[in-house]
Ligand binder design. Structure first.
Ligand SMILES: [Zn+2]
Length: 413
């Protein structure tokens, strides 16, 4: 019978192993690496799905409220802002989403138990996937199940029919892929959810470092809901118009790896996504931060790429007139798509994550800093200064010969 308990016996989730990789690049201080691990563990061990961000929001609130000077504010849609005041007209905000593709339990009289997928996972990958269902109030497991088959219904919703249901599947519960919360092997972190809880983790740790440094200018973290279903939470936030005036955003993501953006080759300055290219000033801010870090720390490297394997909230921010750049981690097994079909843990490189934290901190240090002369125009002006005397010395010859040349060129034989 649908939803009926079969003795309530379900296996525990696959085991996790969180530890700092020994091989690291010396980009973060040891205490910040430890803090990052703690934040990552707290977030990744908390199940999430679109519209069921309850648990991760609680975790983010708790972690952000430990950071001195941070004020927390929810918008009318449950998106969360963690802001640190300072002197300056503009706020630099890091934005990450707290959901990940997942399932809403659906129980209808006379029908087999099923669940509706929210978020982009190809239909073909779903059959055979093991799911774990949670109560959003206390996150305890209420049931496990296996996807027997999946198909789109008349409304276009992806409905997974379930078998091998153990426990008590109830309406109002949500399902996640029954994968380990996180396993570190070598320098790789394999997890049910990298996208985008690692973006959230990076922004929280960057904010904590900036607070410790006594960062003087306004900085914030934005945590959005329901990104996977079309930036729904983010658009709600933008429509509500509650961002501080003159906010500039760095959208954070885990994005499918590319030929020019590889796992383990450093955080990615994301120049754009599948839908748009991003704000040049903020892209330059991140790029310059990466170059400065590379000059200071030999272990730091970064990549710069158009990450067109997906779209991200930076496109939404820019479309609503809030300038946004992007930074991301190159991601393997995007949205849990296994290399040979089926469902698998997503993975990133831990050192890329440490590099992302460093990149955000360095970008914030430079953003609106007095005397900062970064940016492409400044760099171009320097090469102009270097070359202008040669330009001037050769100009008389060029212009002097211009008229006769034009005449002879124009003369027909
Ligand atoms: Zn994402």
């Amino acid at each position: 019978m649908p939803g009926r308990s079969d003795a309530g016996r379900f296996a525990p989730p696959p085991p996790s192993r969180f530890a700092l990789p020994r091989a690291h690049r010396g980009v973060l201080e040891p205490r910040d690496r430890e803090a990052l691990l703690r934040v990552v563990m707290a977030l990744l061990t908390t199940p999430t799905a679109p519209y069921f961000e309850d648990g991760v929001l609680r975790v983010v609130r708790a972690l952000a409220s430990e950071i001195p000077g941070v004020e927390l504010r929810s918008d009318p849609h449950g998106n969360l802002l963690a802001a640190r005041a300072g002197r300056g007209r503009r706020t630099l905000a890091f934005s990450a989403h707290l959901d990940h593709p997942g399932f809403h339990a659906r129980l209808e009289r006379g029908r087999p138990p099923s669940a509706v997928l929210h978020g982009g996972v190809p239909l073909a990958n779903l059959p055979g996937a093991r799911l774990r269902f949670h109560d959003p109030r206390d996150l305890r497991t209420v049931a496990t199940a296996r996807v027997e088959r999946a198909a789109k219904d008349a409304t276009g919703a992806v409905v997974a029919e379930l078998d091998d249901v153990r426990g008590r599947l109830r309406a109002g519960t949500f399902g996640v892929f029954d994968l380990a919360d996180g396993v570190v092997r070598g320098t790789r972190l394999h997890a049910r959810v990298c996208d985008d809880l690692l973006g959230a983790a990076a922004s929280l740790v960057a904010l904590a470092i900036l607070a410790r440094e006594g960062h003087a200018r306004p900085v914030a973290c934005i945590f959005t809901r329901a990104e996977e279903t079309g930036f729904v939470g983010c658009i709600g936030l933008l429509e509500a118009g509650l961002l501080p005036a003159a906010t500039a955003v760095v959208g954070l993501e885990c994005s499918p790896r590319r030929a020019a953006a590889r796992v383990g080759h450093g955080p990615v300055v994301r120049v754009g996504d599948r839908l748009s290219t991003f704000d040049p000033e903020l892209t330059g801010l991140l790029q310059d931060a990466g170059l400065r870090l590379a000059a200071r720390a030999s272990g730091f490297r970064h990549q710069r790429a158009l990450m067109d394997g997906g779209a991200c909230e930076s496109t939404a921010y820019n479309a609503w007139g809030v300038p946004a750049g992007g930074a991301c981690l190159a991601l393997g097994h995007y949205h849990n798509q296994g290399a040979r079909g089926g469902i698998a843990a997503e993975f990133v490189d831990w050192n890329d994550l440490e590099g992302l934290v460093a990149l955000l901190v360095e970008a914030a240090r430079a953003f609106d800093a007095p005397g900062t002369t970064a940016g492409p125009r400044q760099r171009l002006l320097q090469s102009y200064q270097r070359g202008r005397s040669l330009l001037a010395a050769s100009t008389d010859r060029i212009l002097g010969s211009a008229t006769p040349q034009r005449a002879s060129h124009g003369a027909r034989r």
